[in-house]
Design a protein around this ligand. Structure first.
Ligand SMILES: NC(=O)C1=CN([C@@H]2O[C@H](COP(=O)(O)OP(=O)(O)OC[C@H]3O[C@@H](n4cnc5c(N)ncnc54)[C@H](O)[C@@H]3O)[C@@H](O)[C@H]2O)C=CC1
Ligand SMILES: O=C(CO)COP(=O)(O)O
Length: 317
């Protein structure tokens, strides 16, 4: 399929992060003839020249750098109406906040949008069609960003639930580790289907208690992203689970990956929040115990299968 631009937007876009996702997003914007500047902290390039004239600043860096980067941007001169977009899927270990909460707290007078959906960057790099969500409480800001990325290979929907959109993308990484374990143990299609299906109410239960709207989790950024990540060996989080099922050490798996698998850190932060807030999260608990080396993959499966019997729909939000 040959991508063709859908319009000629002139808003200046700066993408922070030249990893797999930042690079794919920059290419998507260029397909649409959106002028793009990029920056990577690894390059040592100065930040100010690429952000001072930007109308939209999109962060596609790993969770571990978000708080520091937001604080750094706060010290720089920026356009008074610049829109911040976050494409990071994670939770901050220090504060347990999502990336959009960090950006919004740092820049309370600016619109903040979340970009999230079933978007495996390797497929996007191949020019395969995909869809995503841009979510912001400021619908006009979401529509501005929608225009920057939309093309006939990338269909962008807007949504006004940034937190739900972001939490769907973040929490499914934990579930993708679990499904990677399931597939690595060769437990079969029935087991995988059961796990992915039970993962959805777990994500919804946690996600709504943390502030997302229930219906968002049935959409592209929720169920859609869960299906992408839990069914594709391209997913790095799935690969973490798969490797654990093969008896590999977590550190070795992460080193072999050589890029970000946010689900590991997300599990640790999530379990803290789940514990503090008394939320039932049986799959996430088993992933946590497995990542911490407290149980084997087989014991994690047994723990899920031996839980108390109950009706199917007793714990939806
Ligand atoms: N690759 C994918 O298919 C997708 C990734 N994402 C999310 O995007 C985020 C980035 O993922 P990838 O680009 O795939 O990872 P990557 O490992 O390819 O790149 C990580 C990026 O973060 C930057 N970075 C790391 N530590 C930093 C720090 N302390 N300060 C500033 N920058 C720092 C790196 O320089 C690099 O640009 C993750 O949260 C991931 O979950 C979201 C959707 C799709
Ligand atoms: O978020 C993603 C797809 O939407 C990328 O998944 P991984 O980080 O597991 O590779």
């Amino acid at each position: 399929m040959t991508p063709t631009p859908s319009s000629q937007p002139s808003t200046t876009l700066t993408i922070l992060g030249r990893g797999a996702w930042g690079t794919a997003l920059a290419n998507l914007a260029r397909i649409n003839n959106t002028p793009v500047q990029t920056w990577s902290y690894r390059s040592g390039d100065p930040l100010e020249p690429v952000v001072s004239n930007a109308k939209v600043i999109l962060s596609a860096i790993s969770m571990k750098g978000v708080a520091e980067l937001a604080t750094r941007l706060k010290t720089l001169p920026l356009e008074s109406d610049v829109i911040f977009v976050t494409a990071t899927k994670g939770l901050d270990p220090a504060t347990k906040r999502t990336p959009s909460q960090i950006w919004q707290t740092t820049f309370p007078n600016h619109p903040v949008a979340v970009l999230s959906g079933p978007n495996l960057s390797k497929e996007i790099d191949l020019g395969l069609p995909a869809a995503t969500v841009i979510a912001s409480e400021d619908l006009a800001a979401a529509e501005t960003v929608q225009e920057l990325f939309s093309s006939d290979t990338f269909r962008v929907y807007t949504n006004t639930d940034p937190l739900g959109t972001e939490l769907g993308g973040t929490l499914k990484n934990v579930m993708a580790i679990a499904v990677g374990v399931c597939d690595g143990l060769k437990l079969g299609t029935n087991a995988r289907s059961a796990l992915v299906t039970r993962a959805l109410p777990e994500v919804m239960r946690i996600g709504t208690l943390l502030g997302g709207q229930a219906e968002t989790f049935y959409g592209l950024s929720g169920l859609g992203d869960m299906l992408a990540t839990c069914t594709s060996p391209l997913s790095r989080n799935y690969q973490v689970g798969y490797g654990l099922a093969q008896g590999k050490a977590l550190d070795d798996i992460l080193e072999e990956l050589g890029s970000t698998a946010e689900g590991v850190n997300t599990t640790y932060v999530l379990i803290d929040r789940v514990y503090d807030e008394g939320i039932s999260a049986p799959i996430a608990w088993q992933v946590y115990r497995l990542l911490k080396g407290k149980i084997t993959p087989q014991e994690a499966v047994a723990a899920l299968m031996e839980r108390e019997l109950k009706p199917e729909y007793c714990d939806l939000p």
